[in-house]
Write a protein of this length. Structure first.
Length: 80
């Protein structure tokens, strides 16, 4: 795992857009990592993220290293 990328343990779920968001810190810059999910219940979405957190972090790390940023500076992750 890249030591220059740090992930926080806080995850947010937006019920309206059905997105999970966590942050990565890259060279002092905060990068939102966004997952659009078909799950519309917060408890189930958070449980899903907890089960797949490591895989999402690997996916985010690769997208950050490849500089696949959205116009707003976030990265979009594929739902697992």
């Amino acid at each position: 795992m890249n030591q220059g990328i740090l992930f926080n343990d806080q995850i947010e779920f937006d019920v309206v857009s059905c997105t999970l968001t966590f942050n990565a810190m890259v060279l002092g810059m905060i990068v939102p990592c966004i997952i659009t999910t078909p799950i519309n219940e917060q408890s189930k979405a958070l449980a899903h993220f907890a089960q797949h957190q490591f895989d999402y972090e690997i996916q985010a790390e690769q997208l950050i290293e490849d500089e696949v940023y959205q116009p707003d500076g976030s990265i979009k992750l594929a739902f697992l």
